[in-house]
Design a protein around this ligand. Structure first.
Ligand code: GLY
Length: 374
């Protein structure tokens, strides 16, 4: 393992202690956001279903704690019912099965997990719109809604499931689709200054771009910090799997925008481009996600550039640990002050399971565990 600052070991120990405690209450369920100190449990088809088992796998990798492993496996098994419920499945199959089945397969070689992950990759690939070169994000949220033309930046983190499937099977179809979606993101989502749109809508028949939408950001042309974080990490992963420098260059551009808009404590507000009269709580989850992307980016660039990204990733994680944790109290969440959905006023200033997951993934990376679940 590489040498690490003292706070990393201290944080790792506190995370292990807290998760061993909270796992006894949460068990094989799907926590989403913590309210009044306790995680609210979501249905297994919600996009966040992979993060709790993924977090347990991150800890299991070192501790070999069998109880955590059993919970992660049980969560994965519960997702089988979701995999056969066509109407429930959207593009977030990547998040869901990467952090359950792919993680399980990579750590322990479980063949059933591999089969589940390949099935998820096939279903995800089936959402590709060949006219517009995008993976369709969602199914209708309400009866009659037509969102067949909608792509969102978050999907960059679903692509690794496709890259992995091509590597496992030797079949280039999965990677081909992932690359075409990633290329579309370069053309339609990332702006010249490195800010990123959340949603872009296409005509699903002609494939022509219609418009950008604000989505979970303040407006179409603001900069939702979690969307920017998905882009940093997702683009770097596309570079990791393809070796194509256009993804690396674009990841750097988004990273510079992100880091240069951070406040003093290195933890982003929920949107970077807000009018002065709009409330601007932090989104700690965006910080945790970006930190993981920045640390991977540091490993991909030359030795002169690497410290820029490495240091930024470390500073974010250190601030999350020192300024956004509740390590002695009864709060179940690891990282306070996430913002799930500001425009809908949902879960603001709450711990979020994905913030917790990426915080732990980032710490694991700083400890030297560099094999990616993604
Ligand atoms: N993928 C949904 C979100 O980031 O909130």
């Amino acid at each position: 393992m590489t040498e690490q600052p003292l706070w990393v070991n201290e944080a790792w120990q506190k995370v292990n202690e807290k998760v061993e405690r909270t796992s006894k209450r949460i068990g094989a369920n799907f926590p989403h956001a913590s309210e009044n100190g306790q995680y609210v449990l979501a249905e297994p088809y919600w996009w966040t279903a992979g993060f709790w088992p993924g977090l347990l796998w991150q800890l299991y990798r070192e501790s070999k704690n069998e109880e955590l492993k059993m919970i992660a496996v049980e969560c994965e098994e519960k997702l089988d019912a979701v995999q056969h419920d066509y109407y429930r499945l959207d593009h977030d199959m990547g998040f869901m099965w990467t952090l359950t089945s792919v993680a399980h397969y990579k750590l322990l070689g479980d063949e059933n997990s591999k089969r589940r992950a390949l099935l998820a990759a096939n279903l995800l690939m089936g959402r590709f719109n060949v006219n517009g070169n995008y993976i369709r994000a969602w199914n209708p949220w309400t009866v009659g809604e037509d969102n067949s033309g909608v792509a969102i930046i978050d999907c960059m983190m679903n692509l690794p499931l496709l890259y992995w499937a091509s590597e496992e099977t030797g079949d280039p179809r999965f990677k081909g689709v992932a690359k075409r979606h990633a290329e579309m993101v370069l053309n339609h989502f990332v702006r010249s200054d490195g800010a990123v749109h959340h949603i872009v809508r296409f005509d699903p028949d002609s494939g022509e771009r219609i418009e950008a939408l604000g989505g979970q950001g303040y407006s179409p042309d603001s900069a939702w910090s979690r969307g920017n974080a998905w882009a940093i990490y997702g683009l770097t992963l596309s570079y990791h799997y393809t070796g194509e420098t256009k993804y690396l260059e674009c990841a750097k551009r988004v990273a510079h925008f992100f880091v240069s808009h951070l406040p003093e404590d290195y933890v982003p507000h929920w949107d970077f481009l807000l009018p002065a009269d709009v409330d601007s709580p932090r989104d700690s989850s965006a910080g945790a996600i970006a930190a993981c992307g920045l640390l991977l980016l540091a490993d991909k660039v030359n030795v002169t550039e690497a410290p820029i990204y490495q240091r930024a990733g470390e500073r974010i994680l250190e601030s999350l640990y020192k300024n956004y944790g509740d390590w002695e109290g009864t709060e179940e969440g690891l990282v306070l002050e996430g913002t799930s959905h500001f425009p809908e006023q949902k879960f603001m200033k709450n711990p979020l399971i994905y913030g917790d997951y990426y915080f732990v993934e980032g710490l694991a990376r700083l400890k030297g565990y560099k094999e990616l679940f993604w």
